[in-house]
Design a protein around this ligand. Structure first.
Ligand SMILES: Cc1ncc(COP(=O)(O)O)c(C=O)c1O
Length: 381
């Protein structure tokens, strides 16, 4: 069966369903309530039955598979030697600062943003300078004036998230080119977390940062993984793409012995999904697009005082509760009153207060149940 299925049991132990009480509907952490492709499960069974659980040997086809995926999905040029295997994207962020940051200086990031970004520089004692995105007509965009104001003589790096979690923006050529011009003018290193690159919800293409040309390739570490695309985050495998050989060597030397190697099962699964997973992903994407349409309609109809951010990518929806009685702590209130777990906006840094993030990657039944509970809680408040 190559279609994504969303009829998973609820008594799962992994983080999304395992953390809260059984009566809570968890639509918080970014994994999907979809069974991974059958061929992944079969492949993992084969590996385990083969009793081969020794130290990781990077599978010879892993780098080739990542390069080919970029070529096919994003028309991007990646060579095998640019690819470094990692146990996760977040460890890759920490490694970027340790290897290529500068102690005691600072980096910029666009908020609200995936909470790990705010602490990303701690491995090099680098301070995070939060630059709020601007939002026009419910669509977020980079505020270049704010970037100019926020940068200091101590700024050394930019930590980008593209497509952007939680806003769902897929930054386009013009914005990315201006980011590159900014980075070049101030001689900044760029770490671009592109874990959401495959989750495009409309026809707009995705541009990996290194594809902007030689100047970008010289100063950029791109991080990615197949774990969000194919719902296998527990298998902990990811990659860095570092076109500049000198930076790549520094990065590689830094992680050696410090980060655990990527999980062998995860690396093998990455290759399988990239080779055989397109049909599964297309059906998962369709489900999310339909859920997004359903949620937008439901909210407009039942609780229009909550504004829905317009998204281009990801399976996340960023909801503005500032005009509701729950403005102070929307996710906290909804957990207490509706038994629905969302992600609290304030955790995403400046500009996140009064917002909450909902994960649309679930069955229609669960989503409808959660939205109904939220509607009742808002009406009863
Ligand atoms: C932007 C972003 N980066 C990284 C991660 C997690 O990456 P990993 O599990 O590979 O550390 C997430 C998970 O939601 C994410 O949204």
């Amino acid at each position: 069966m190559s279609d994504a299925r969303s009829n998973l049991p609820r008594n799962r132990d992994s983080m999304k369903w395992g953390v809260h009480a059984p009566d809570v509907l968890p639509l918080w952490v970014a994994d999907l309530d979809l069974a991974p492709p059958d061929f992944v499960k079969e492949g993992l069974h084969r590996l385990i039955d083969g009793d081969d659980l020794g130290y990781t040997n990077i599978p010879p086809d892993f780098r080739k598979s990542v390069a080919s995926w970029y070529q096919r999905r994003h028309h991007a040029h990646v060579t095998e030697e640019m690819v470094v295997a990692l146990p996760g994207v977040v460890p890759g962020i920490y490694a970027f600062f340790l290897a290529l940051g500068e102690r005691g200086k600072n980096f910029l990031t666009h908020t609200p943003v995936y909470p790990y970004f705010l602490n990303g520089g701690r491995t090099a004692a680098m301070a995070c300078v939060q630059v709020p995105l601007k939002c026009d007509d419910r669509l977020y965009a980079i505020d270049f004036d704010a970037m100019e104001k926020a940068a200091t003589p101590d700024t050394r790096a930019l930590l980008l998230c593209n497509p952007h979690n939680p806003s769902g923006r897929n930054f386009g050529l013009e914005e990315l080119s201006r980011v590159l011009e900014f980075a070049k003018r101030r001689n900044l290193m760029v770490c671009s977390d592109e874990i959401w690159a495959d989750w495009l919800l409309d026809g707009k293409p995705f541009i990996p940062f290194f594809e902007l040309g030689d100047e970008a390739a010289r100063r950029t570490v791109v991080l990615g993984a197949a774990t969000k695309t194919f719902n296998i985050p527990g298998l902990t495998a990811a990659w860095a793409i570092i076109p500049n050989a000198e930076l790549r060597e520094k990065f590689r030397q830094t992680i050696l012995g410090l980060l655990p190697s990527a999980n062998y099962l995860g690396l093998r699964a990455t290759t399988w999904v990239q080779e055989q997973g397109e049909a599964w992903f297309d059906s998962a994407r369709r489900l999310v697009i339909e859920n997004r349409r359903f949620a937008e309609g439901f909210i407009a109809d039942r609780f229009p005082q909550v504004a829905v951010t317009r998204s281009e990518a990801t399976y996340l929806m960023w909801l503005d509760f500032r005009e509701t009685p729950f403005a102070k702590q929307p996710a906290g209130e909804l957990l207490r009153r509706a038994r629905v777990a969302l992600s609290e906006g304030a955790l995403f840094g400046a500009g996140g207060e009064g917002f909450a993030r909902i994960n649309l990657g679930t069955s229609r039944e669960t989503l409808a149940d959660a939205l109904e509970r939220i509607a009742k809680a808002l009406h009863g408040a």
